[in-house]
Design a binder for this molecule. Structure first.
Ligand SMILES: [Zn+2]
Length: 82
């Protein structure tokens, strides 16, 4: 069963529910205040499931990092060069 992440509009709580695909999301209520004003957060759900590959997302490369200088580590030197 997939995990669904919800955000409660009333108490601003974020919570995750394990629901089957057939569950009516309209009937989901906040587990903190019981409000039915909850919004499913589908986009962030995928990223939080460990080990699940994200379709259409390329692996991060060095060009994705704004600060590339963090990769400029000093070259390892042999102990005889020091
Ligand atoms: Zn709530």
């Amino acid at each position: 069963m997939p995990l669904y992440e919800y955000h409660c509009e009333d108490c601003q709580a974020d919570f995750t529910l394990l629901q089957s695909l057939s569950t009516n999301k309209e009937e989901t209520t906040c587990e903190h205040c019981g409000s039915s004003s909850v919004n499913p957060q589908m986009s962030s759900c995928v990223g939080k499931v460990q080990g699940a590959p994200r379709k259409g997302v390329k692996p991060a490369t060095i060009d994705d990092y704004p600060n590339k200088t963090i990769f400029n580590l000093p070259k390892p030197r042999h102990i005889s060069e020091i």
